[in-house]
Ligand binder design. Structure first.
Ligand code: 6PG
Length: 244
């Protein structure tokens, strides 16, 4: 596993650099032909990056027809709900760029979770290439991290962390009880490139514990993200990195 840590003076500089890097990596892959499979993170942190993709030059220059967007996790709410990760990404950039509808593979949060978890698993396995380990392989997975060290919708101490076979699971938010659909650790760790986007002082202690590999970090789901063969990146603003 290759680990890269990038620290930026603020969220805007992080979003600017990440957009440029995302554009470049997509162009390289698109020119090599074929499709690029990306899983987006939810929550608030990625919004500034997404909004950057919806304006020039990226709006025009990114090869949108080569990219297939999935989600690392979704709340079990309708797509027009303010809690919807799809809604956030759609408002921020997807509805402003020339991406074919068939390239947007959202979790149908309006469906009963028991049926949706299987439908989304099938959607992932229908489109994504399988790696040698027979697991679907994303080209890039974007992740956030909660103040409790959760990532995607994999929460501390949850049985979903032990899933070995399935590509996605039903999860439950520990305080709200809201149901969610989340990619599992094996599929996340099977990605070629995993990029954590983490900003804000309230996350600095956990970032430090995880990147310093302190024993206290072992129970954080975000600490269990270790790509089998890929690259692991942390995009941090200086407040989230203050303990490093
Ligand atoms: C979600 C996310 C979750 C998120 C973290 C950080 O659906 O909530 O995917 O894992 O990335 O909770 O959220 P913020 O970016 O809002 O701090």
């Amino acid at each position: 596993m290759k680990l890269e840590i990038y620290i930026f003076s603020d969220r805007q500089q992080l979003a600017d650099t990440l957009s440029r890097d995302f554009h470049r990596s997509l162009e390289t892959q698109a020119n090599a032909g074929g499709s690029v499979f990306v899983a987006l993170s939810g929550g608030n942190t990625p919004r500034i990056f997404f909004e950057r993709l919806a304006v020039p030059p990226y709006r025009e220059e990114i090869p949108w027809k080569n990219i297939h967007f999935f989600w690392g996790d979704e709340r079990c709410v309708p797509p027009d709900d303010t809690e919807s990760n799809f809604k956030m990404a759609n408002d921020a950039f997807l509805s402003h760029v020339a991406i074919p509808d068939n390239n947007i593979h959202r979790v149908m949060g309006e469906n009963p979770p028991q049926s949706e978890v299987h439908r989304y698993e099938k959607e992932i396995k229908t489109h994504l290439p399988l790696a040698e380990n027979e697991l679907p392989q994303f080209d890039r997975v974007f992740l956030g991290m909660g103040n409790d060290g959760h990532t995607a919708s994999l929460f501390p101490g949850a049985p979903t962390l032990l899933e070995k076979e399935a590509a996605c699971v039903i999860a439950e938010h520990p305080t709200s009880g809201l149901k969610r659909i989340s990619l599992t650790l094996p599929v996340i760790n099977n990605a070629k490139r995993i990029s954590f986007l983490v900003t804000g002082e309230e996350k600095a202690t956990i970032v430090r514990e995880i990147l310093k590999k302190s024993p206290s970090s072992l129970n954080y789901p975000a600490a269990k993200v270790k790509p089998f063969n890929g690259v692991l990146e942390w995009y941090l603003d200086k407040t989230a990195a203050k303990g490093l």
